[in-house]
Design a protein around this ligand. Structure first.
Ligand SMILES: [Zn+2]
Length: 143
């Protein structure tokens, strides 16, 4: 079976002498102070909870994660044949125009580079890889 909960104890280290102090959550929230053996008074920030989740051996992906990744793959393949989104192509075109290209040339370059990108990367352009596409565009703009 898997554990229902996990118990953790915050550990503090004295700034003055380096002594370790292992306290309970209850102590931290109720007392909130440690008087170290060296005489240093340590003030503890209240702790609501610890977020700890176990990592199980040999169970790298849960069902949900598997579903998710299949879902992602499907999205990626379906985007393969799609043209470059208008908002992306407009951004690219205006970028090229700002670099000195004429608007007509820029549109041509963007669509050429996008075709090149699709052949090479086997995926479309989305918000996650748009910056990557921009740098790809910059490298290939003279084609
Ligand atoms: Zn100390």
């Amino acid at each position: 079976m898997r554990p229902k909960s996990v118990e953790v104890h915050p550990v503090y280290k004295c700034n003055e002498c380096g002594s370790r102090h292992c306290e309970s959550l209850d102590y931290v929230n109720r007392i909130g102070k440690i008087i170290c053996g060296c005489g240093n008074l340590i003030t503890l920030d209240p702790i609501q909870t610890f977020k700890i989740s176990p990592v199980y051996k040999n169970l790298a992906t849960t069902k949900d994660e598997k579903k998710q990744s299949i879902h992602n793959i499907q999205i990626n393949t379906s985007k393969n044949s799609k043209p470059l989104k208008k908002e992306y192509s407009e951004k690219c075109v205006s970028l090229l125009v700002s670099l000195g290209w004429k608007k007509r040339e820029s549109k041509k370059i963007v669509s050429q580079v996008f075709n090149l990108w699709k052949r090479e990367m086997k995926l479309g352009v989305n918000s996650r890889n748009f910056e990557e596409f921009i740098s790809y565009l910059m490298r290939n703009q003279k084609c």
